[in-house]
Design a protein around this ligand. Structure first.
Ligand SMILES: Cc1cc2nc3c(=O)[nH]c(=O)nc-3n(C[C@H](O)[C@H](O)[C@H](O)COP(=O)(O)OP(=O)(O)OC[C@H]3O[C@@H](n4cnc5c(N)ncnc54)[C@H](O)[C@@H]3O)c2cc1C
Length: 387
């Protein structure tokens, strides 16, 4: 039987739009309003990347959305790690890149096709504007106004992490997802790059705050920063320039919330908890939260309190485990300088193991050549030490 709840979703990002669609699809009797502060075609940044296995879980949930997203995505089937200017390719992982605005437009169309009402350019400043709704979903991202309004309930901790980040674009065509660790007189600069369209890629730069200061980036203008970063990575960009889109330096925050819901208000996606760009799975977390909450609401018979308790019960263990992995990744990058003495193969192996989610046997399966080369080098070193 179709539910007849009145639901407000604050934020039309991946979490809010997927949740709204999945509930509307099962419950034509529900009224679902999504409030999005931006116009439908506005977004920050350039493109995002997802592992194909991440999107695979959508096939069982929403096959149409899965088909549209994978159809619009650019595929890359290897990571190349540059250390000491030597390339170490690791195959076996498929990555799907997509412009963020394209991802949102597809999801907006899907939600609207099921009767979801999306109000663009409508920022929700406080919860008084949402009186009369049976359920309020805070899907308004890392700086969530919903979470802030009920901070005494959610008891969120927002911790800006150490490293500095700037999100640039490039039209340089890299064949694989690139992770470049470039030693400079100021310290290490790290570039994370992936293609999200045939002729466009994201080029995100990360560095330790001490490196950032030594390079004078704290006093450089945006244009000077862009040119400086382009010069650092010039040998990899073959003369192509970095493209700025309000590419200001920032410290990504790590958000955890002690409580997930309060009364009829619940948080999902980055509003609830973040991972980190260095592990690149924020959209995955947003999708998985949306699916778990939609399942709990759809199966809750209209009992909002029971649905929210079920959402937390079913989702929290996996989400907490992923946040632990994200923290290990954050710490790995923040201490990257302590591993620069490793050989390129050792460095790449260490990188693949950083979250604890991949073990040696898994690596053997995904790229046997890489693991064989790593093991041969390790055995050779051991023999040399014994001789
Ligand atoms: C540098 C960087 C690189 C990243 N790269 C990747 C990547 O490659 N792959 C990946 O999976 N993830 C990546 N992420 C993370 C990813 O962007 C987020 O984790 C994901 O978008 C979270 O989805 P969401 O729906 O919870 O929040 P968001 O995508 O942030 O959406 C929230 C929406 O709410 C709207 N909003 C906010 N406040 C209000 C309000 N008060 N009223 C109305 N509307 C409001 C916003 O405009 C926005 O549209 C990256 C993040 C950063 C910073």
């Amino acid at each position: 039987m179709s539910l007849s709840l009145k639901i407000a979703v604050v934020g039309g990002g991946p979490a809010g739009l997927l949740f709204a669609k999945l509930v509307a699809r099962e419950n034509p009797g529900c009224r679902i309003d999504v409030f999005e502060q931006n116009p439908s075609d506005a977004t920050y940044g350039f493109g995002i990347v997802l592992a194909d296995v991440v999107l695979d879980f959508l096939t069982g949930v929403d096959a149409d959305l899965h088909a549209d997203l994978t159809g619009a995505a650019e595929r890359q089937d290897a990571i190349t790690i540059y250390h000491q200017r030597q390339a170490v390719p690791i195959r076996g992982n498929v990555f799907l890149g997509i412009p963020r605005v394209r991802l949102l437009n597809i999801m907006q169309t899907h939600a609207a096709s099921k009767g979801v009402n999306i109000e663009y350019s409508k920022r929700i400043e406080n919860l008084d504007a949402l009186k009369g709704y049976d359920l309020i979903v805070g899907a308004d991202g890392v700086n969530s106004a919903v979470r802030n309004a009920l901070q005494h309930e959610f008891q969120a901790v927002v911790e800006p992490r150490l490293n500095k980040w700037a999100w640039y674009g490039t039209c340089h065509r890299f064949d694989s997802v690139e992770l470049i660790f470039e030693q400079t007189p100021y310290g290490i600069f790290i570039a994370h790059s992936y293609r999200y369209a045939a002729d466009a890629g994201t080029f995100v730069i990360e560095c330790h705050p001490d490196t950032w200061k030594r390079a004078g980036l704290d006093t450089k203008s945006d244009e000077e920063s862009r040119r400086f970063c382009g010069e650092i990575f010039a040998r990899y960009l073959d003369g192509d320039e970095l493209i700025s889109n309000r590419s200001l330096w920032f410290n990504p925050s790590f958000v955890t919330s002690k409580r997930w819901y309060a009364g009829n208000v619940v948080l999902i996606g980055d509003a609830l908890k973040t991972v980190h760009p260095s592990i690149g799975s924020g959209t995955r977390m947003a999708f998985e939260d949306a699916v778990a909450l939609a399942r709990a609401v759809n199966g809750g018979g209209g009992d909002v309190a029971a649905s929210l308790a079920e959402f937390e019960r079913s989702r929290r263990p996996t989400a907490d485990g992923f946040q632990d992995a994200a923290m290990r990744s954050i710490l790995w990058y923040e201490t990257a300088d302590t591993r620069m003495h490793l050989t390129p193969l050792e460095f790449a192996y260490n990188f693949m193991m950083r979250t604890g989610k991949v073990n040696r046997e898994r690596l053997r399966k995904i790229d046997p050549d890489f693991l064989a080369a790593y093991e041969a080098e390790a055995a050779g070193k051991e023999m040399a030490e014994q001789a």
